[in-house]
Design a protein around this ligand. Sequence first.
Ligand code: DLL
Length: 432
Amino acid sequence: MIWDEKNECMSREEMRDLQSKRLRHTVERVYHNVPFYRKKMHELGLEPGDIKDIHDLSKLPFTTKQDLRDNYPYGLSAVPMSEVVRLHASSGTTGQPVVVGYTRKDLRIWSEVVARCLAAYGVDRGDFVQVAYGYGLFTGGMGLHYGAEKVGAAVIPISGGNTKKQIQIMRDFGSTVLACTPSYALYLAEAMQEMGVKREELKLRVGIFGAEPWTDNMRKEIERSLNIKAMDIYGLSEIIGPGVSYDCEMQNGLHINEDHFIPETINPDTGEVLTCGSKGEIVFTTITKEALPLLRYRTRDLSILHDEKCECGRTLVRMEKCLGRSDDMLIIRGVNVFPTQIESVLLEMGETKPHYLLFVDRVNNLDILEVWVEVDEVFFSDEIKKLESITKKIKHNIESVLGIGVKLKLVEPKTIERSEGKAKRIIDRRVL
Ligand code: DLL
C-alpha cells in the first residue's frame, strides 16, 4: 500500500523542483539562525542567494558528527528552545552524545515518514505492532510508535529486553507485527524455541528491522525462523530517526523520503560527489526539519543510490541495503573487512548460527583477526572429527571471502552474548 501517493510517486522533475524550493528555504534559515552555518558559508564565500536549486547542493559545506558534538547540546538548533517539544540523543560508542531536538512540526513529519514505511510493509488498521525497539533517548521506540498510531494500528509499546515477556505478549496479545533490531529478532526466535512456543501459536506476519546492518542472508534466516516477511527500515537520529528510507514489496533497495531528506553519495576520502550506481558514503541534507536542519550530513554509512523507477510505483530514489559503515570497517593488514561479510558466509553454511564475534589484536606489528562462531546445537554434540572439519570449512569460506587469513574458534551454542538492541560484533584490542 502507498501511504502518500502524491509525494512517493511524483515525477523526477517535480521532485527536483520541490527539493530546490525547500533547499533554498533551508539554506536561508540556517544562514540566519545558526551561527555555525553562517560561519561555514562565509568561509566558503557563500551567500544564501548562491543556492538556487538542487544542482548547487555540492557548494554547501558538509556537517559531521564531530560538528554536532562540538556544539553540544543545543548549539546547532535553528529555533529557540521554547519551540522544541521533544529531545532524543544518540550515544554512539564513544564520545559525547548528540542531542536532537524536534518541534511539533518535526514530530508530525517524523510520524508521517514512518507511516509511509509501515504502509509499504502492509501494516494497517487491525494490526498489532509490538514495538521492541528501546524507548527513551534512542529514536527507535518512539519513532515506530507514532508511525504505527498514524496508520491506525494498535501499538504495543513494550520497548526492548525482557525476552520472555516479549514472547508471552506476542502470543497473548496476538501481535501481527514485530519491530526490533534484526539481531534481537533472531534472539527472540531462539528464545521462543527454548520456551516451547510454537510458531502456530503466534499471529506474527511482518517484521520491521533496522538500526544495524543486516544482510540478505540474515533476512532469509529471520523469515525462515519466525515465518514472517522481514522488512528493512533505515534512519539515524541526526536526520530524524527511523523512517529516512524503507523497503517496499520489491525489496530491491530502500526508498528514501527524498521530499524531506536529499541524499548524495560521496567518496569518503575526498568528499567528491559520486553518480548514482557508485558505492560511497551517504550524505543527507534535511529540507523540512525545523529544530535541527542539517546541511550535507555525513552518515559514514556506505551504500549505492539508484534512481530508476521501481516496480512498486514509487519514484523515490533507492539506496541499497546498508551493509557497513566506514567506521565499522576494520582494516586488517591493509584489507577492508566488514562484519556483515562474515555474517553472510555463516548463514550460507547451515552448520552455524549467525552469532559471531570478531577480535582484532596486533601481535609483533601484525594484525590478527580471530573469529568466534557459534555452532548449531546439532553439530556441537558431534564427534571431534566432525567439528574439526566444520572449523576448517568455515575458516576456508571466511578466508576466501575476506581475502586474508583468520583464526577461527568454534564456541558452544549460546556463549556469545545476545543483544536486545544493536549487536556488538567487534572487539578491537589493537593499541595503535
Ligand atoms: O538506529 C534509528 C533507527 C531506529 C533506524 C530503528 C531503524 C530502526 P541511530 O542510533 O542514530 O539511529 O543509528 C544510526 O544505525 O547511521 C546506520 O549506521 C545504522 N542503521 C540504522 N538503520 C539501519 C539499517 C537509529 N536498516 C545508524 N541498515 C545509521 C543498516 C542501519 N544500518
